[in-house]
Design a protein around this ligand. Structure first.
Ligand code: PCA
Length: 321
């Protein structure tokens, strides 16, 4: 009888887990597609984990600035975060693989690059007590300019907006002055007359409504930088195994959903720039050739500075298709 009562109590009693709450910091706007995808990831985790884990998304640099997010998560000041992978190059140079110009030209290339890059990133993350959850690319990077440009010489002495070490190096190679502006402040910087050009996605142009100043967009498809979402390993390990499973499952779904979203937004954004009166086209032949040479030089410098890990990506990337 006693056993029966005990069993009955076990059956009817709800499974009570202490609820864990993670703060997830991101440097991008709440309405941008990366953040919407993160929000959906959070909602799916909460549903699958039956409320045992709630992920609060803090957008727009509100909790920590984009570049501070990895350290904040490593130190446990936030449990999870999202940043642009190339901002990690100071600690893990291999994170810059997806900003080497003119290597990745399509989403399929970007996928192959990520498959090769992921185990290396995971290794570096593990050393820092971080765990990678998923990564999603930005649409391809194009060239915006307030005036038509014909050749690299047109950039000499102008101001080029930058957002990571790779864009800074490109500005230097073009003889332009790099001006670091966070994504969420591009609109203001343009309106204040601080920029002549920038390399970023058509989507970032749309989100910042750049058509007031920008007159040209050249679809140079220079690279596909990725955002990465990650968690403090200890916070992850503290979850009961089924909840961990819900997180990894939702992360895998967020990754495939994000890639599809990125690709469809890439198309729409170029159309939107055109509708707003921006001249959209290919780079003029001379500039195109110069940019390709600049890309080769960048790649050489990059492989030399990164060393063996660069080979672990580039050799299979180029030779094992
Ligand atoms: N937008 C972000 C990063 C890459 C992109 O397309 C930015 O411009 O900062």
């Amino acid at each position: 009888m006693k056993t029966f009562v005990l069993l009955a109590a076990l059956v009817v009693a709800p499974v009570v887990h202490a609820q864990a709450v993670w703060k997830l910091a991101t440097g991008y706007r709440a309405e941008s597609f990366h953040t919407r995808n993160v929000q959906q990831f959070a909602a799916e985790v909460e549903r699958a984990a039956q409320g045992a884990l709630r992920i609060e998304v803090h957008a727009n640099n509100s909790l920590f600035k984009l570049a501070e997010i990895p350290n904040a998560v490593q130190q446990g000041r936030a449990e999870a975060g999202e940043t642009i992978m190339t901002s990690l190059v100071g600690d893990m140079p291999i994170a810059g693989a997806d900003a080497v110009p003119f290597v990745v030209r399509t989403y399929a290339d970007a996928r192959r690059m990520w498959d090769l890059q992921r185990p290396l990133i995971e290794g570096h993350f593990a050393q820092r007590g971080l765990k990678a959850l998923y990564a999603v690319p930005w649409p391809p990077q194009g060239l915006f300019s307030i005036a038509p440009v014909k050749s690299a010489a047109d950039f000499k002495g102008t101001r080029m907006r930058t957002y990571n070490p790779a864009t800074v190096r490109i500005a230097e190679l073009l003889g332009a002055t790099p001006v670091d502006v966070p994504m969420v402040e591009v609109n203001q910087a343009l309106a204040a007359g601080k920029l002549d050009s920038m390399i970023t996605s058509a989507l970032t142009g749309v989100e910042n409504q750049v058509w007031g100043q920008i007159k040209q967009y050249y679809g140079i498809n220079a690279w596909f930088p990725k955002n990465i979402v990650f968690v403090n390993q200890k916070a992850f390990d503290a979850l009961p195994p089924p909840v961990r499973q819900s997180v990894t499952q939702a992360a895998a779904e967020a990754e495939s959903r994000g890639w599809a979203l990125s690709e469809s937004i890439a198309q729409e954004s170029v159309g939107e720039l055109q509708r707003k009166g921006i001249q959209v086209g290919r780079a003029p032949a001379e500039l195109d050739a110069e940019l390709k040479r600049l890309g080769e030089r960048f790649s050489r410098e990059w492989v030399q500075s990164v060393g063996n890990e660069a080979n672990k990506i580039f050799i299979p990337y180029y030779f094992q298709r």
